[in-house]
Design a protein around this ligand. Structure first.
Ligand SMILES: Cc1cc2nc3c(=O)[nH]c(=O)nc-3n(C[C@H](O)[C@H](O)[C@H](O)COP(=O)(O)O)c2cc1C
Length: 226
């Protein structure tokens, strides 16, 4: 029996719903720490879910997140996405996740996923969430990659698209520092503790009665894309 996620059943009144999207950087090992820190908030302000690329799960065990959170947080994958849906009317995981989220953070954001986002590709649950996301949902990217990946000319072009055209906020990477691969230079993800602080600063209790479609420019409500 596949696991299920229905946004309306999982939203907790008064909570701030944090969706972490983890991708294939070594910095993914910080995901359990970020989840644990948010769930330990003394005022219990946060609910946290994670969607991960298959490569990201090379670096941490999704089950460990579920265990440490006592089942409150789960790590969703492409296997869940396709396990959910059998026929018209069944819930679609990436749509349910975007309905649930008050904030979305790509943490860490790999060079590969950055390239996909900048080009509108959506071939897994992580990039499908982003492509289906309401433009009013705050979205943060935390790049983490080798120095030469980060300083590659294509990275600057892609960051320009995601910030200027998509309106995402990009934070980091850190300046010169020893990387997991042994190189020293720019590219390490922002410290995980800082990411937790950023999320805490963003936390405002959402109004569940606001229609996200109402925030779209008027022309977007017509089928101009078709
Ligand atoms: C051990 C190891 C560490 C890696 N670390 C990074 C990294 O920090 N940043 C990055 O952009 N890619 C890194 N890669 C390469 C990505 O995992 C690879 O490009 C992958 O296709 C990313 O897939 P995803 O974006 O779908 O998660 C690493 C690969 C390996 C084998």
């Amino acid at each position: 029996m596949p696991r299920m996620f229905i946004a309306s059943e999982r939203r907790r009144q008064g909570a701030f719903h944090v969706l972490l999207l983890s991708t294939g950087s070594v910095a993914s090992i910080k995901i359990p720490l970020i989840v644990q820190a948010l769930l330990a908030d003394p005022e219990q302000r946060f609910e946290v879910q994670v969607a991960a690329t298959n490569t990201s799960l090379t670096f941490y065990d999704g089950k460990s997140v579920e265990e440490l959170s006592k089942g409150r947080s789960q790590v969703w994958t492409d296997q869940d996405e396709w396990g959910f849906w059998k026929e018209k009317g069944d819930p679609i995981l990436h749509i349910e996740l975007r309905r649930w989220a008050d904030i979305v953070l790509v943490v860490p954001c790999s060079a590969n996923t950055l390239g996909k986002i900048a080009n509108g590709l959506c071939d897994n649950v992580v990039t499908s969430v982003l492509r289906a996301l309401s433009p009013v949902t705050p979205t943060y990217l935390f790049p983490a990659m080798n120095t030469f990946m980060y300083t590659h000319p294509i990275t600057a072009r892609q960051l320009k698209v995601v910030t200027e055209e998509l309106g995402y906020k990009v934070i980091g990477p850190q300046g010169s520092k020893g990387l997991a691969c042994g190189d020293i230079g720019v590219g390490a993800m922002t410290e995980w503790t800082e990411i937790v602080e950023i999320i805490k600063q963003c936390a405002t209790v959402p109004n569940d009665n606001v229609d996200p479609l109402a925030a779209l420019p008027e022309h977007a409500l017509y089928n101009e894309c078709t």
